[in-house]
Write a protein that binds this ligand. Structure first.
Ligand code: RB5
Length: 143
């Protein structure tokens, strides 16, 4: 059973979110879209919070996108139980899963072409957490 993917963005991430929504559906994932619904200017904390609410206490994975990915990752990581990783390449995505057990992938919509984003998403969703010595460190994150 594939995980449900929760998408959230502001206006700066809207176009990439819409592209990834189609791609993820083609791959057979169930997708929940927490908004935003257009490229009209909005405040990213509002929509990242809506996305976070679909992750905490659930076994879902998030893909949160703003212009640079920075605001999305800051907002997401303010919530206990969220381990959000801003990834610029497939190498970042691999490490975010293997070492950090990241449950949210953050992307910069203004910097990433859709084909690069698809590759990052594939690696993020397909790479298992290594566990072991990383467990203690990850537990220390939940203050
Ligand atoms: C919005 O203009 C922009 O600040 C936002 O998308 C994001 O890049 C914040 O980190």
């Amino acid at each position: 059973m594939k995980k449900t993917i929760v998408l959230a963005s502001d206006h700066g991430g809207f176009e990439l979110k819409e592209g990834l929504k189609i791609y993820l559906a083609e791959l057979g994932f169930k997708v929940k879209d927490a908004g935003t619904k257009s490229d009209k200017m909005v405040d990213y904390p509002v929509f990242i919070k809506k996305g976070v609410e679909q992750i905490i206490g659930k076994d879902n994975v998030g893909i949160f996108i703003c212009g640079a990915g920075i605001g999305a990752s800051i907002m997401a990581n303010r919530h206990k139980g969220i381990r959000a990783a801003l990834c610029h390449s497939v190498e970042y995505a691999q490490l975010a899963r293997q070492h950090n057990d990241a449950n949210v992938l953050c992307l910069g919509g203004r910097f990433l072409p859709i084909d690069d984003a698809k590759q990052i998403v594939n690696v993020f969703l397909g790479t298992p957490y290594l566990g072991g010595r990383y467990d203690d460190r990850n537990k220390m994150l939940d203050l």
